[in-house]
Write a protein that binds this ligand. Structure first.
Ligand SMILES: O=C(O)c1ccccc1N[C@@H]1O[C@H](COP(=O)(O)O)[C@@H](O)[C@H]1O
Length: 215
């Protein structure tokens, strides 16, 4: 049976990390981008990482960060994956020797095709909405019709996902993974266990784990 991987990002509180893991998240993301209200510090990372259940992957997110800072955080967090959410080049992303997701903020078909080709060696391609002046975490969706079918095996679908649209996203796009931040929050950086639970249930319903009501 299909199991769409679920990444829950923008964690700032150990209790939210614990809830996400208990509810069934596969990957936990933390933002290391100080302008974001969800950004956490290297001093804070240990308390978050120690709440991650064994078997759940830790993802550290950066936006055009200094390479030395990336190395320091990745080592401290013992990160399984790095998420590059800025304008990082292929060579920049490769230098850390850690598996990575490259975020592409979707503007149009031509830009998306070219960015996918540029980052074809990434372990995952994370597609998010393009919003001028904001690198991510905008809560905006983009036109899923632009997604090339060929990238589905490494696609992390992001951007404005929430319990009320993730069923449609998974059913129609069949991504490898979905990624959510704002759609499971009560306020920026504060997650809601009820919304996390509802999100995961909707993904599993789309995966066919739950029998649809035939009446
Ligand atoms: O969450 C942030 O504040 C953030 C800041 C800078 C870059 C990326 C950020 N978040 C990522 O954006 C996507 C979409 O988020 P949302 O679900 O639309 O709120 C996701 O990968 C977040 O991890």
């Amino acid at each position: 049976m299909k199991q769409t991987r679920i990444k829950m990002c923008g964690m700032t509180r150990a209790e939210d990390v614990k809830s996400a893991c208990e509810l069934g998240a596969d990957l936990i993301g933390m933002v290391f981008y100080p302008p974001s209200p969800r950004s956490v510090t290297i001093e804070h990372v240990q308390s978050l990482v120690s709440a991650v259940t064994p078997g759940v992957s830790v993802v550290t997110l950066f936006v055009n960060a200094d390479a030395g800072y990336v190395r320091e955080v990745v080592s401290e967090a013992r990160a399984d994956l790095i998420q590059f959410h800025g304008d990082e080049s292929h060579d920049y992303c490769q230098q850390f020797g850690t598996r990575y997701l490259k975020a592409i903020r979707v503007k149009d078909e031509q830009q998306l095709t070219s960015a996918c080709a540029q980052h074809q060696e990434a372990d995952g391609l994370l597609l998010d909405a393009y919003v001028k002046g904001q690198p991510g975490g905008t809560g905006q969706a983009f036109d899923w019709g632009l997604i090339p079918v060929s990238i589905a095996p490494k696609l992390f679908l992001a951007g404005g996902l929430a319990p009320d649209n993730v069923y449609e996203a998974v059913s129609s796009i069949k991504p490898y993974a979905v990624d959510v931040s704002g759609g499971i929050e009560v306020s920026k950086g504060v997650k809601s266990p009820e919304r996390m639970d509802a999100f995961i249930r909707e993904v599993r319903r789309a995966d066919g784990w739950v029998r649809e009501n035939s009446s």
